[in-house]
Design a protein around this ligand. Sequence first.
Ligand code: NAD
Ligand code: ZN
Length: 295
Amino acid sequence: MDTGFDAGSDVLSRSGDPLAGTGFRMLADLVADGDVVVLSGAGLSTESGIPDYRGKTGRRRRAEPMTYQTFVGSAEARRRYWARSHLGWRHIDRTLPNAGHRAVAALQARGLVSGIITQNVDGLHQAAGARQVVELHGSLHRVRCLACGRRTPRHELDRRLRAANPDWRAPTDEVNPDGDAALTDEWIDSFRVVDCRSCGGVLKPDVVFFGENVPRPRVQRCYELTENAGTLLVLGSSLTVASGYRFVRRAAEHAIPVAIVNQGPTRGDAHALLTLDAPLGPALTALLAALDRSR
Ligand SMILES: NC(=O)c1ccc[n+]([C@@H]2O[C@H](COP(=O)([O-])OP(=O)(O)OC[C@H]3O[C@@H](n4cnc5c(N)ncnc54)[C@H](O)[C@@H]3O)[C@@H](O)[C@H]2O)c1
Ligand SMILES: [Zn+2]
């Protein structure tokens, strides 16, 4: 893996410490100009202990993610999902924001950030104090009824699932990015799923599954944020998923500078004015310190 920075061209030389080079100073200058729109991904939460999909901690190869069609089409698939998620969500729920999330919230509090779009479903931006976060792919902390549309807190469902499964104590040591845990069929078969309290409809986590579209108004809001940005700052996303990548393309089309801080290459690198290959906690903490020094 690349350890130096790569400024999207060969104008800038490589440096051993990505936080001491020209790329880092360019990043600090862009952010100091304000109107930064953050587009964050799973890489921002790995330092909190939530694995990403495609980075070093990625678990992509181990389990196929649930698709919308499978979830909606099969009661058995839903039982499997909820049983595994009953364990996995508790792990996500205990997770704390890290220095990267805190730095983003601090940049927003300083008035430098005009929008935060996250592909993450873990709620850690908000837990760190960020406001008006657009959760592109929804949140694991909410549940939605597919029949009546009512949204309820996941904590409430957790209480109901515990009550419906008093003696269910399945062991697991592996948790997937989406709050899914590995479980044997035996444990899954004995799990009891509950339905919507208002209408008896099917409950689904309020996240966008593979095979499902992000609601149009939400996408539109992200395009607007992007088009009005001074800089689009990508944090911890491989941009493999088209859902996030489209905003990088839109920024590039509008000649809005794109800066990417990510360990490893991303699909958006060709559109970026600068890319910085560095761990996000230290990088964003250093960025905040550099900005505070120059104020
Ligand atoms: N925390 C979460 O909510 C979570 C976790 C995993 C996946 N997801 C979902 O899965 C999809 C994954 O796409 P994605 O692009 O967000 O993630 P991804 O896994 O495709 O890419 C993450 C990138 O971050 C880099 N990275 C990991 N740790 C880093 C660190 N500490 N500092 C800097 N870079 C780091 C990795 O090398 C990788 O390139 C998204 O749609 C998202 O909704 C969410
Ligand atoms: Zn309902």
